[in-house]
Design a protein around this ligand. Structure first.
Ligand SMILES: N[C@@H](CCC(=O)N[C@@H](CS)C(=O)NCC(=O)O)C(=O)O
Length: 214
C-alpha cells in the first residue's frame, strides 16, 4: 500500500516495514500521516516468520518491526525513526523547540516503551494465547502496572489537552497502546481517570490515528 496516493512526493523511496497487529510500527505510521510524508508501507509476514529471515535480519539484526528505509539508509527502532523523520521533516513540529520541553517529551516517549508497553503486552497476552487464563498472575500484574501507568498520565495531563502541552511525539508514542484499551478488555481502567479518558478520545479522533487503527 502506498500512502498518500495523491499528494506530491516529498521524499524519495521512503519505505516502512510493518504488520497490522504491531503497535510499534503504528507510531511511525501515525507520524508519517501527521507530517504528510508519502511512504510505501510493506506488510511483513510476521506470523509466517519473515522477521527472522536472513533478508529481514540484514535490515534489523534483532528481527523486529518497524524498519524504515529512506534511500540507502535503513533504520530500526521506532524512537530513532520518529526522531529521524522529525529532523528531516520539521513541519508540522512534533517536538518542541525548547530543550527542557523536548526533554519532557522524550521522557514520556521512553516511558511508553519501557513501562506502558510491557504492562499492555501482559494484558493482551491471553488474546493471542487461548490457553492462558485472564486470572493468570502475569495478566493480573500487567493490569495493575497498566493502572499505575495511567495514574502517572492522569497526573501529567493536568489541565492540558496533550501529554506535553502541544500535540507531540509523546502522544504519538502512546496512541497505539491507549486507543485500543477498550478492545483488549481494559476499557474499565479509563473510567476512573477522566483526563486520560478525554485525552484518549482526542487521540482517537485524529485522522492519522483513525487511518492507522488495526
Ligand atoms: N524497541 C522496539 C520494539 C519493537 C517491537 O517490539 N516490535 C514488535 C512488533 S510491535 C516485533 O517486531 N515483534 C516480533 C519479534 O520480536 O519477534 C521499537 O521501539 O521499535
Amino acid at each position: 500500500m502506498t500512502w498518500p496516493r495523491t499528494r506530491p512526493k516529498l521524499v524519495a523511496d521512503v519505505r516502512l516495514y510493518w504488520h497490522p497487529f504491531s503497535v510499534f510500527p503504528r507510531r511511525v505510521r501515525i507520524a508519517l500521516r501527521e507530517k504528510a510524508i508519502p511512504c510505501e508501507e510493506v506488510e511483513v509476514d510476521l506470523p509466517g516468520g519473515a522477521l527472522k529471515s536472513p533478508e529481514f535480519m540484514r535490515r534489523n539484526p534483532f528481527g523486529q518491526l518497524p524498519v524504515l528505509e529512506d534511500g540507502d539508509l535503513v533504520i530500526a527502532e521506532s524512537l530513532a525513526i520518529l526522531e529521524y523523520l522529525e529532523e528531516r521533516h520539521p513541519a508540522p513540529a512534533l517536538l518542541p523547540r525548547d530543550a527542557a520541553a523536548r526533554a519532557r517529551v522524550r521522557e514520556l516517549m521512553l516511558w511508553s516503551g519501557n513501562y506502558l508497553a510491557p504492562a499492555w503486552k501482559a494484558v493482551v497476552a491471553p488474546l493471542f494465547s487461548p490457553a492462558m487464563r485472564p486470572d493468570d498472575p502475569s495478566v493480573v500484574q500487567g493490569r495493575a502496572a497498566l493502572a499505575r501507568y495511567l495514574d502517572v498520565l492522569e497526573a501529567r495531563l493536568g489541565a492540558s489537552e496533550w501529554l506535553a502541552g502541544e500535540y507531540t511525539l509523546a502522544d504519538v508514542c502512546h496512541a497505539p497502546f491507549v486507543t485500543v484499551l477498550e478492545p483488549i478488555g481494559a476499557g474499565d481502567l479509563l473510567q476512573p481517570r477522566a483526563r486520560v479518558a478525554a485525552w484518549v478520545e482526542r487521540l482517537a479522533a485524529r485522522p492519522a490515528v483513525r487511518e492507522t487503527a488495526p
